[in-house]
Unconditional design. Structure first.
Length: 72
């Protein structure tokens, strides 16, 4: 088993979310299937709110924060 780590930007995640909503038929259908309000999902897609755990789980992702030493 190889462990592939796929890191995505916020824009890539939003693109994936839009695609998933299209596959579900509507944003409201995707939201309902994942226990979210359509208004919250719309806010996320419009960049007004951050993606929460339910959306990330629905997409099969998790948020990972990393730190890197600054040179100098």
């Amino acid at each position: 088993n190889s462990h592939i780590s796929e890191h995505m930007t916020t824009e890539q995640m939003l693109s994936l979310l839009r695609t998933e909503c299209e596959c579900a038929g509507t944003q409201a259908k995707w939201a309902a299937a994942h226990g979210l309000s359509p208004a919250y999902l719309s806010d996320v897609l419009q960049g007004r709110r951050e993606m929460g755990d339910k959306i990330l789980r629905g997409l099969g992702y998790e948020r990972v924060i990393s730190y890197r030493k600054v040179e100098g």
